[in-house]
Design a protein around this ligand. Structure first.
Ligand SMILES: Cc1cc2nc3c(=O)[nH]c(=O)nc-3n(C[C@H](O)[C@H](O)[C@H](O)COP(=O)(O)O)c2cc1C
Length: 203
């Protein structure tokens, strides 16, 4: 019998938007029958930067009980979904810092052949969502990953409008129901793809 699909959702969020998308992705993956680990990466910003923004301090406190991502989560996963805010058109350095610790896993081939996909948020509609998602894609290529973007594979994608990965414009307010639905769809699609791969590899 084919084992259930393991999904690691590894994210960084300063003020909660990407965290909300990550939780929706976890929901979508669970509903698709997967085992899910929701993991944040370590905060690396200095306390003075964090303390200057009450919403950042609050989110850090509210998510204190979310486990931090480890190499074991990556090795365990059949699907890895990465979430990050846009930072000057790129992934947040906190997420990159975690990714940049994975050299040994990569060298051992333990990051290859998994399904990868990513989601993001930015302040403005043209503030770099696609460039952030595509930048993460560079890493997935290096890892020998199987990139599964949402494309326009569900009616929700025609509302959310980003085929590269779920994204939300924070200037419009907190993560919208459309963005949350898109995150659920993206996760479900990644799980379905990994399940098909897993079944095929088991024969
Ligand atoms: C240093 C920094 C750089 C940012 N760069 C961009 C950017 O290039 N484009 C943009 O639209 N928003 C930018 N933002 C806004 C963040 O993307 C936004 O606050 C984030 O998506 C919120 O997600 P979170 O609530 O999960 O932290 C930046 C924010 C910071 C602090």
């Amino acid at each position: 019998m084919v084992q259930p699909v393991n999904v690691a959702i590894i994210y960084y969020s300063a003020t909660g938007t990407v965290h909300a998308l990550a939780r929706a992705a976890a929901d979508g993956a669970e509903k698709a029958g997967a085992q899910v680990r929701l993991r944040k990466v370590a905060e690396t910003a200095p306390p003075e930067a964090i303390n200057a923004r009450p919403e950042w301090t609050r989110h850090l406190r509210d998510t204190a009980d979310v486990a931090e991502a480890s190499h074991d989560d990556l090795a365990w996963a059949d699907v890895v979904l990465f979430g990050t805010p846009t930072r000057f058109g790129n992934p947040a350095s906190q997420l990159r810092a975690f990714i940049d610790t994975t050299g040994a896993l990569w060298y051992q081939g333990k990051l290859a052949d998994k399904v990868y996909s990513a989601f993001t948020a930015s302040n403005t509609a043209h503030g770099g969502q696609e460039s952030t998602l595509l930048a993460l894609g560079n890493t997935f290529y290096h890892w020998g990953g199987i990139i599964v973007p949402p494309g326009y594979t569900d009616p929700i994608q025609f509302q959310s409008g980003n085929p590269y990965g779920t994204s939300h414009v924070v200037g419009d307010g907190p993560a919208s129901e459309v963005a949350l639905q898109a995150a659920r769809h993206q996760a479900r699609r990644a799980v379905d793809t990994a399940a098909a791969l897993k079944a095929g590899r088991a024969t």
